[in-house]
Design a protein. Structure first.
Length: 108
């Protein structure tokens, strides 16, 4: 057996811990061995490799812009912005989210 020299510290919620603990207990493995076995047997679909990097950057930019619109709407509700109507701002934000979703769906 290879000597283990690297430590992996992770944070989990109490519910996640209980879930992992019970699964490891069912398999009669220590948690560390269970996690190593689980990680070695899982097949991961690489999202970033299936979408060209240039498109991924556009989707990310659109998503971040949508998040900014959401913040602007929040400021509008708080009265910090008064020159633009709430409906106009929300309309632009929804269009950007819709566009980002359509790009993702088309490429998957």
């Amino acid at each position: 057996m290879k000597s283990k020299t690297r430590r992996l510290n992770i944070l989990v919620t109490p519910a996640e811990y209980a879930f992992i603990y019970e699964k490891a207990k069912t398999c009669e493995l220590p948690i560390s061995h269970f996690l190593i076995e689980a990680a070695s047997k899982v097949e991961i679909k690489m999202y970033r490799k299936t979408i060209p990097q240039s498109v991924s950057k556009v989707v990310l930019a659109l998503t971040l812009t949508s998040s900014n619109f959401n913040q602007l709407v929040r400021h509008l509700h708080q009265g910090k912005i008064q020159r633009i109507s709430e409906n106009e701002l929300r309309n632009y934000g929804e269009k950007i989210l819709l566009l980002a979703g359509e790009i993702k769906n088309t490429l998957q």
